[in-house]
Design a protein around this ligand. Structure first.
Ligand SMILES: NC(=O)C[C@H](N)C(=O)O
Length: 305
């Protein structure tokens, strides 16, 4: 029998050296939160949600508190939950003043007949479900990143500098049931109302118990155009391992569109894929009594769990 398996990421991009250790610490803590929750509820969605919620409270990640800013200096949050047993999904886009967009995405999945809520509708929905309002999601780093963006007229794709990264957690339980959770503030200097890849099933994430589960991060407009999550699962269906599928699809996206991204993947045989074409991506998972984690290419750390 397989043990439950949870993999997390803390965003792909040009992560500055000063952010490396805080992100490595953060992804490890997220994995620990996930397993603590799994111990209590034996529910893989509760566990992956707990991992994402931890990272939404940690300012070293671009999700919830610490999210990056639009061109006008606002925070507009996107999140997605996909559940691979019945192919259910819930998502939010442009959500404001909420620390845990992932919790609202799950409520959309569980309490409505719809998949994606936006605008006034999503704010009212969150309020109706007693999601607390949070007025201070803003950090100094996020303001600095926006200033830097404006001064340098930088392309949004370069704007991981000084900001965190999108967060994601995927999991498979003892019965082979798979889930995918992803949450983000998007990209620094994005236009008001811009919807990225994260809340779109098949781009920002996906889960299908018959194939595998994926969460993506990186330049979202390209990930959307390339349907990265869905393509990774399709490659697995055609016989690739989780690692091969993740590497190949991200490389193909770079070749076709010229933009970088990262992905974490679990195939239904419990094999893991961790890949990124960006400079860095923080990731972590637990196997037996060890936690494995990393951020740079071809460099992996391990510690007793
Ligand atoms: N850092 C990220 O992963 C950003 C996210 N994919 C977006 O474009 O909204």
């Amino acid at each position: 029998m397989f043990l439950p398996l949870i993999v997390v990421h803390g965003g792909a991009g040009n992560i500055p050296d000063s952010r490396v250790q805080p992100k490595l610490d953060g992804v490890q803590r997220a994995v620990r939160c996930a397993y603590e929750t799994y111990e209590k509820t034996k529910n893989i969605l509760d566990a992956t949600q707990a991992a994402v919620e931890y990272m939404e409270t940690d300012e070293n990640f671009n999700a919830g508190y610490g999210s990056v800013l639009t061109l006008e200096g606002e925070i507009e949050l996107d999140a997605l939950v996909v559940e691979g047993k019945d192919l259910k999904a819930g998502a939010v886009t442009g959500l404001r003043n909420v620390l845990h967009p992932i919790a609202v995405a799950r409520l959309v999945m569980e309490k409505t007949p719809h998949v994606l809520l936006s605008g006034d509708g999503v704010q009212e929905f969150a309020l109706k479900h007693n999601i607390p309002t949070e007025s201070s999601l803003y950090t100094k780093d996020a303001w600095q990143a926006l200033e830097h963006f404006k001064k340098n007229k930088a392309e949004p794709s370069k704007m991981e500098i000084g900001s965190g990264g999108t967060v994601g957690a995927i999991g498979i339980d003892v019965d082979g049931h798979m889930v995918s959770c992803t949450s983000t503030g998007g990209i620094t200097g994005k236009m008001k109302g811009r919807v990225g890849d994260t809340p779109i099933p098949g781009s920002g994430g996906y889960a299908d118990d018959n194939i595998g589960t994926v969460s993506t991060t990186g330049y979202g407009d390209a990930i959307l155009r390339y349907n990265v999550a869905q393509r990774i699962l399709h490659a697995i269906e055609l016989g690739a391992t989780a690692q091969e599928a993740s590497e190949k699809v991200l490389q193909n996206m770079l070749d076709r569109i010229g933009k970088t991204a990262g992905a974490i993947t679990i195939a239904k045989d419990h094999s893991i894929g961790i890949a990124f074409t960006s400079q860095r991506m923080a990731w972590a998972y637990k196997k037996e009594n060890k936690i494995y984690y990393g951020i740079d290419k071809d460099k992996q750390f391990e510690e007793i769990f």
